[in-house]
Design a protein around this ligand. Structure first.
Ligand code: MN
Length: 194
């Protein structure tokens, strides 16, 4: 199977001024493309995975019939491809609020504001590169946590609901080292939350 870079679901400048055009170009066209290319080059050397989809690879990474080095490479680069593909989809230039999710969040966190505060605090507190995730666990409960590098919640058996890229490449051009400003701006482009 050959993986391909999915086109952005909106123009590169659609998330301005919150996520700037230059960042979207380098982030999607260069960084995400690199994860796709590396994933293809790893998988091309693993005949056992010829027919295996990326979700299946990440979900079953620990039990795949491949060596540890290949597992680490797929975790990093395959994870990078999967995470970015999902990240572009949770954002958009116009809001399309998922009221059912909002209700569920409000029930669990008390208010949408408390939820955002929790998500933002965990995002700020994460040391180094990684992602913040809102997921559904095996019991369908919503959970927020961060994972390092390009680790995917799929590997934990969790279903991604929302994610935020904490790598500096996601924000450095516009926000420099100020992750808190990036996080604050990012909420404006989360498509399905008001
Ligand atoms: Mn990224």
């Amino acid at each position: 199977m050959k993986f391909e870079l999915p086109p952005l679901p909106y123009p590169h400048d659609a998330l301005e001024p919150h996520l700037d055009t230059a960042t979207m170009h380098v982030h999607h066209d260069k960084h995400h493309q690199a994860y796709v290319d590396r994933t293809n080059s790893i998988v091309s050397e693993l005949p056992a995975l010829k027919e295996t989809g990326l979700g299946e690879i990440l979900t079953n990474i620990n039990s795949l019939p491949i060596d540890d080095r290949a597992k680490i490479m797929l975790r990093n680069h395959g994870g990078g491809h999967a995470n970015h593909s999902f990240f572009w989809q949770v954002m958009g230039p116009t809001k399309n609020v998922d009221q059912e999710l909002v209700n569920e969040i409000t029930t669990q966190w008390g208010s949408l504001e408390k939820f955002k505060e929790d998500f933002s605090t965990q995002s700020l507190g994460h040391f180094g590169s990684g992602w913040t995730w809102l997921v559904r666990d095996q019991q369908q409960a919503l959970k927020i946590y961060t994972l390092p590098n390009q680790d995917s919640p799929l590997t934990l058996g969790h279903e991604p609901v929302l994610c935020l890229d904490l790598w500096e490449h996601a924000y450095y051009l516009k926000y420099k080292n100020v992750r808190t400003d990036y996080i604050g701006a990012w909420w404006n482009v989360v498509k399905f939350l008001p």
